[in-house]
Design a protein around this ligand. Structure first.
Ligand SMILES: O=C(O)CCC(=O)C(=O)O
Ligand SMILES: [Fe+2]
Length: 258
């Protein structure tokens, strides 16, 4: 992994970090047993993954010790949500994207940090690794998309804001992302930290299935946007977390929409 340049550190200090052996073999087995026993989710994620559970909230399970593990690793952060994705050769997964259904509500979306933990090894082509971008050109491009999407969310709540042309990635830009992407090799239970406001991509699986448990972290002092939380609520996105944040930070806003 190349050294993180200052511009990247200043926007997202942990982007691209790899933690070896974050989850012990024992924890991983317990986690897999719990996720296996849970039914497939019902959100649109389940259309592009073999199994996708949006917010199984298993990190709250004391026996897994995940909250303490993260507290030790990143004491300035707390876990907001989790996600489980099972990918097989017939599942397309995500091409280069950023995650605005998860982070559109942050005052600073780049503050949200993902801890991506493969539960099967992802060490070669065809194993379903996760690729991220680290170059300033690509990160700036993702921030253009961020501004564009946050503007659209504001428009949901206030239609008097004029529409802006949608963000579209050109074939040249896509080729550029492919050329400069970084694809770490990880063992089961290792973790890749990345900023999900920056482009990332799910690589192909050639055989069997790749499983990943994903944590969304926010700084303990993170600020959330009332308008954009309401926008996501109106869109019906990520409702478990959005409703919880509205109740905690803007209970008055709930009276207006319900
Ligand atoms: O694991 C995957 O296939 C995609 C994960 C992803 O896009 C994310 O965690 O934001
Ligand atoms: Fe993503």
């Amino acid at each position: 992994m190349p050294a993180r340049p200052d511009f990247l550190k200043n926007i997202s200090p942990h982007h691209g970090e790899i933690i070896r052996g974050l989850l012990s073999e024992e924890t991983r087995q317990k986690l897999v047993a719990k996720l296996d026993a849970m039914p497939n989710g019902e959100t649109w994620y389940a259309d592009i993954y073999n199994k996708a559970i949006y917010g199984p909230m298993v990190f709250r399970d004391e026996e897994l010790n995940i909250v303490e593990t993260i507290e030790e690793l990143l004491p300035d952060y707390r876990i907001l949500a989790d996600l489980y994705l099972e990918k097989t050769p017939s599942d397309q997964g995500f091409p280069f994207h950023t995650d605005f259904d998860s982070i559109g509500f942050m005052e600073h979306p780049e503050d949200m940090l993902t801890v991506w933990i493969p539960l099967t090894p992802v060490q070669e082509e065809g194993s379903g690794q996760l690729s991220i971008v680290m170059e300033e050109g690509a990160v700036r491009l993702s921030l253009i998309r961020e501004a564009n999407q946050l503007h659209s969310l504001v428009r949901i709540v206030d239609p008097s804001v004029p529409e802006h042309v949608p963000f579209q990635i050109t074939p040249q830009e896509y080729d550029y992302l492919e050329r400069i992407k970084v694809t770490p090799s990880l063992d089961a239970g290792d973790a890749l930290l990345f900023c999900n406001a920056f482009f990332h991509k799910s690589e192909n699986v050639h055989q069997g299935k790749r499983t990943a448990y994903i944590l969304r972290l926010v700084p303990k002092d993170a600020k959330f946007s009332r308008t954009r939380l309401l926008g996501l609520k109106m869109l019906g996105q990520n409702l478990a977390v959005v409703n919880e944040l509205l109740e905690q930070h803007y209970p008055d806003a709930l009276e207006t929409v319900e």
